[in-house]
Structure formats: structure tokens, C-alpha cells
Design a protein around this ligand. Structure first.
Ligand code: SF4
Ligand code: SF4
Length: 79
């Protein structure tokens, strides 16, 4: 994952990496809908959407990869 961690296209969390520019054309926000651990929040849904990880929630991830599977833009990477 070193290449990804050095890549400024991504917003980096502890082990999630989100390429938020890919979110700008998103219409379905499936990351937020599918994550049963409540980790994601998509802001600016009516303008330029951007996927965030809610403060303090990342550690609740069980690495089920539902989010990486449903995101059509492939904007999410998980270490
Ligand atoms: S991470 Fe994927 S599903 Fe979530 S808002 Fe961005 S593009 Fe849409
Ligand atoms: S891997 Fe599963 S638990 Fe972790 S953020 Fe994605 S959907 Fe949520």
C-alpha cells in the first residue's frame, strides 16, 4: 500500500483511503447505505458529494468489503 499512501489523490485515514474526486459525480452514495457499521458520511449530496469517515468510527470496520464492492467508482481502498 506504500504507493497509495504516498498518493495525494487520496484522503487517508488509518486504513481506509478515499479518492474523493471520484465522489463528485456519485448519485447513489452506496458506501454510506451499505456500511452497517455507520462508518461513512457523504456530505454535499446536492452539490459536489464527498465521502468522509466519521470521526471515531473507523475502528468499527470489520473489513467486510461491502463498501469497496458497491462503490461503482472504485473510490475506496482498505488496507
Ligand atoms: S465512495 Fe463511492 S459510493 Fe461513496 S460517495 Fe464516493 S463514489 Fe459514491
Ligand atoms: S469494509 Fe464493511 S464495515 Fe468496513 S467500512 Fe466497508 S462496509 Fe463498512
Amino acid at each position: 500500500m506504500k504507493d497509495i499512501k504516498d498518493n495525494s489523490k487520496y484522503t487517508h485515514y488509518n486504513f481506509h483511503h478515499i479518492e474523493i474526486l471520484k465522489c463528485k459525480d456519485c448519485k447513489d452514495f452506496l458506501c454510506e447505505k451499505v456500511c452497517f457499521r455507520g462508518i461513512y458520511k457523504v456530505i454535499n449530496k446536492d452539490s459536489i458529494p464527498e465521502c468522509l469517515i466519521l470521526s471515531g468510527r473507523e475502528a468499527f470496520c470489520v473489513k467486510c468489503h461491502l463498501c469497496t464492492t458497491v462503490c461503482k467508482k472504485k473510490a475506496i481502498l482498505i488496507d
